[in-house]
Design a protein around this ligand. Structure first.
Ligand code: PAF
Length: 282
């Protein structure tokens, strides 16, 4: 495994490969990232993982400065998982001048859910991903489905810009109690860690209700928000959406969609000072 820090060096190194597989990350890697690396192995002739904490996707009050940087452990884990190239540019390398050109994703998919509560988040994500794609030139890129909306936004961006890149999703990995693996789980205090599983439990309850024929999604969402709030959470949203485009399903289609994996339930909520997100495809 080699570590590359500049764009010219990366391009020179990758010139001899035809089919790079790419996993973009912000480091602080967990088994979910490593599963993506393993999944990418048969999909390309070289596996490239980027580690770059992207300032553009953090709001001023968010955790950019404190976002865990775990370089040594990340490199050791990537090597063991079969990564060939770690691309770890500095901020100066990736953003040598203020990034005036940005990607503005369409509001109907990017200003809802995460984008509503973190304005500008998907502009930052799309801009860095587009730039990383330009550096790596991947044929396939893998994104964890825990960030379901991010996966959808990137997939649509690639389609609309006709980029010759296949976007593949990775299944969400969970701890033994059901908590979705996330870099931000490290922030949880012990008591909050015990409570954290309630987010996935609540999403499960919603999913089961939908599978059982429940069609009043507004009531379902309100009950879910109230049940988490009663346990001391601060929920941003618990929402039932169409899996294909994240829009609110029409009343007439809910039952059919629930029977054909056409729905997704998504949630974001804060426990203590940690904001967690999760989702389940129904
Ligand atoms: O999911 C992430 O870790 C980030 O949003 C990504 C895709 C690496 C862009 O910075």
């Amino acid at each position: 495994m080699i570590i590359i820090r500049t764009i010219p060096e990366l391009r020179t190194h990758l010139a001899s490969f035809k089919h790079p597989a790419f996993v973009p990350t912000m480091g602080n890697l967990h088994d979910g990232h490593l599963a993506l690396v393993r999944q990418s192995k048969p999909l390309g002739d070289v596996v490239v993982v980027s580690i770059f904490v992207n300032r553009l996707q953090f709001l001023p009050h968010e955790d950019f400065d404190t976002y865990p940087r775990t370089w040594e452990a990340d490199c050791a884990a990537l090597e063991a998982a079969g990564c060939d190239v770690v691309f770890a540019p500095s901020e100066k390398e990736l953003y040598p001048e203020p990034q005036g050109f940005t990607i503005q994703p369409p509001s109907e998919i990017a200003n809802i859910l995460e984008g509503h509560f973190r304005p500008g988040f998907f502009v930052g994500v799309c801009t860095v991903v587009m730039k990383l794609f330009a550096c790596v030139g991947p044929r396939v890129a893998l994104f964890g489905k825990k960030d379901y909306q991010q996966f959808m936004v990137i997939r649509r961006m690639v389609r609309q810009f006709a980029l010759p890149i296949e976007i593949t999703g990775g299944t969400t990995l969970r701890a033994a109690d059901g908590l979705a693996l996330s870099s931000r789980n490290n922030y949880l205090k012990p008591a909050d860690r015990l409570e954290a599983v309630q987010l996935s439990k609540t999403l499960n309850t919603m999913a089961q209700a939908l599978r059982g024929g429940h069609t009043d999604i507004l009531a379902l969402e309100q009950e879910a928000m109230a049940s988490l709030a009663a346990r001391g959470w601060h929920p941003d949203y618990l929402a039932v959406r169409r899996a294909v485009d994240l829009q609110v399903p029409g009343a007439a289609e809910i039952a059919t969609l629930a029977k054909s994996q056409g729905l997704v339930v998504l949630g974001a909520a804060r426990i203590g000072s940690t904001r967690l997100i999760d989702n389940l495809e129904v």
